[in-house]
Design a protein. Sequence first.
Length: 296
Amino acid sequence: MQADLLTTEEAATYLRLSERKLYELVAAGAVPCTKVTGRWLFPRAALDRWVMAGVAAPAAPTRAEAPPIVGGSQDPLLEWALRDSGGGLASLPEGSENGLRRLGRGEVMIAAVHLHRTSGDDDTANPDAVAAAPGLHDAVVIAFVRREQGLLVAPGNPLELTGIATVVARRARLAQRQAGAGAQLLLLGLLARAGLPPDALLRAATEHATGPDLALAVRSGRADCGIAPRAVAVAAGLDFVPLAWERFDLALRQRDYFRAGPQALFGFMRTAGFGDRARELGGYDVAESGRVRFAA
């Protein structure tokens, strides 16, 4: 037996519970565990996170079932997949960090996230944030797509923008997203890596809740540029200046992974039509779609 996997007897002792109470928590889906060849095993690290999250008391109530809502970030391919997969999942796009907080509170079933760091490798930013989030001891992260993010600019790119440094140098009016949105986190990371302070930008006054809202501001002339996916630029008829490829993932609780709505979506992601739509929209890589990137 590996040291980081506890038997039922060992887990009960570790948590100072009776085995009967532990089995009750297992039956309620309230404690992190896995069944292997008919035996329940309990990952020690997951139990530690469970305790630190404050949900390990023996009298802890069973969580209410999360509503069939995908919160977090907005994405054109995801919105299309939610409609056409037939899983009955609704969308509540309001930014990656807000979606993750709602997932932890049980207000959404899935959080769509594309998180970024101000330094270091962004490739593991999503699973690392989920692993550290309060109350998500039983989370799993599923790869949706890799997607291309960049500057949306007017047709012809009249200011000849090539990246964040030229946005600063040419005093271009940048349409911004709300705090905690993945695009805003990417912006902060790009500024930090270029050695530029956040206040170096000439920001448009209004914050925009989604990429399409930001695209409208650029198209109408209320802003000169803004960060959004290539697919948003294509749909809005705007030019696109590539900045980065990013991970766009879906986070949810392990017990919700097998529910009808998520399973319909994950199955749909494996179809040829999903890949065809991604190529049509532009700026997507679906090679890893559906792969488990992290499991608590």
